[in-house]
Design a protein around this ligand. Sequence first.
Ligand SMILES: [Zn+2]
Length: 279
Amino acid sequence: MSARRIAALLAVLALAAAAPAQAQFRLDLNRLVDTAKNIGKATGEIAEKEEIEIGSDMAARLLGAAPLAADEALQRYVNQVGRWLASQTERPDLPWKFGVLEAPQLNAFATPGGNIFVTRGLVAQMNNEAELAGVLAHEIVHVLKKHHLKAIQKTAQVELANTAVTTFARQDRNTPAREKLLAAGSELYSRGLDKSDELEADRLGVVIAARGGYDAYGLPAVLQTLQAMNPEDSGLALMFKTHPAPAERLEALEKMQPTLDAYAAQKQLAARFAGTARR
Ligand SMILES: [Zn+2]
């Protein structure tokens, strides 16, 4: 193993060790090696079992950067809202997990297989449960439509194809595949998805929140809050880098006006939200 490879491996292990208490999102390096090799070979759809494994590993890695908030009531509450929404989608049986990250930045993201995170900073900007539901529903769509999975697969396949002949022929077969997959995943979470994926998540997210019985304007309300904030705010940097501008997302949602208006009178649950998320 070269010194550079050892350094990369140590970096991965350090990330894994940074989240020892977060057992439900544990990073399994051996499994990740197998997954990376399979992704490199895969030409079509990735099996659901593998989708879930990839997502758990990505979640564990991301949790190394920001831990879950130490607030059981809040975590339980966000899981209740999220699982209620997910239960009414076409993939109700995924092992859905929702978590609030202890981070002041404003962001939310999903990993394949049903791991969804929202930062404490973003929750602090919300006014009611319908807004929380809107954000969670947007992330649920990324999982349903396999937006991240497909993007990671595409990147990993291209990179593995480029190195397969030279590197896989050598004795050290595993390390390059693992590095490629982790690198593809990390890069994706700092670069963001395609704009069309984000706008689809907004459109279908509104529908899922409405189906869950919430005021359909929850997500647009959060986008309006973001739009009204100072774009120079450092807490918005990653969100703005990885998503289209709030104004553009709101404009795209104007096509949803009939749906939004039809379900605007549904529940907002401001008091229940304040009781748990605003303590
Ligand atoms: Zn998104």
